[in-house]
Design a protein around this ligand. Structure first.
Ligand SMILES: Nc1ncnc2c1ncn2[C@@H]1O[C@H](COP(=O)(O)OP(=O)(O)OP(=O)(O)O)[C@@H](O)[C@H]1O
Ligand SMILES: [Mg+2]
Length: 242
């Protein structure tokens, strides 16, 4: 579904991504982890067309994404959430959803009698039923993250990139969010999840890719990656023998 081939990206001499390759198949839920500043968000930014890669290719369902605008990439079926939720604070939950629908999603062609019930279904699916007329700024952080997710679902994405979906949440809120993501995956949505909460990643993902200083240092099953020496060293520093 997604093929990233040898992607590199630097910022004024700081190498954020170094020859990164990653392939994600339809139906997979892949964890993308790594220490702070290792390039995880930059990889999402490059995939979603926020800024171009310096080198390398990204294809989604066989289509080259380089040169496409972010809205064109969303229209291909690839959507994302941000590390800090990007929502329209002074609008209601429903207005946020309608704006997302008008921002180039396929739903815009279908906005008619069915759209209202579809939006209600999405709110229910994401645990925001009854909140349609609340202002986004009055939602709690977990609710704002859910709203951002709802906004991506309006476009009916096939692949969702989630950047720290449980960032700033309590353990109970994190568990609820994991359940929501599991439900989305069970409905056939492919996901790549950036998260520092390793328990959440290991409960959701069969596979993990690890970045360190912009380079992929491990990519494999969750069990194998979490006991990989290079991964432990990246997180905990060099381990002394004995
Ligand atoms: N727009 C930008 N301009 C300049 N430097 C940037 C930009 N975006 C990222 N960087 C740099 O690229 C490197 C990777 O940053 P990135 O945000 O991708 O890390 P991350 O793995 O998402 O970290 P965190 O876990 O803290 O969110 C860092 O050194 C960062 O300062
Ligand atoms: Mg980040």
């Amino acid at each position: 579904m997604l093929q990233i081939d040898s992607v590199s990206r630097s910022f004024a001499g700081v190498v954020a991504l170094r020859d990164v390759s990653l392939t994600v198949a339809q139906g997979e839920v892949v964890g993308l982890i790594g220490p702070n500043g290792s390039g995880k968000t930059t990889l999402f930014n490059v995939i979603t067309g926020l800024f171009p890669a310096d080198h390398g290719r990204i294809r989604f369902n066989g289509r080259e994404l380089s040169g496409l605008r972010p809205d064109q990439i969303v229209a291909c079926g690839l959507a994302r959430t941000f590390q800090t939720p990007r929502i329209l604070h002074r609008m209601t939950v429903r207005e946020n959803m309608v704006c997302a629908a008008y921002a180039g999603s396929p739903l815009v062609q279908r906005l008619g009698s069915c759209a209202q019930s579809r939006l209600d279904d999405l709110l229910r699916e994401c645990g925001l039923d009854g909140r349609a007329h609340d202002l986004a700024k009055n939602l709690t952080l977990p609710e704002q993250r859910r709203l951002e997710l709802v906004r991506t679902l309006v476009a009916d994405p096939k692949l969702i990139l989630l950047d720290e979906p449980a960032g700033g949440m309590t353990p109970a809120e994190t568990k609820d969010k994991a359940t929501l993501i599991r439900d989305l995956a069970a409905k056939g949505r492919t996901c790549i999840i950036i998260e520092h909460k390793i328990d959440m990643i290991s409960s959701l993902c069969q596979r993990i890719c690890v970045l360190n200083f912009g380079k992929v240092i491990a990519d494999g099953t969750t069990v194998d990656v979490l006991r990989d020496e290079a991964v432990l060293e990246a997180y905990l520093g060099p381990q002394e023998a004995g």
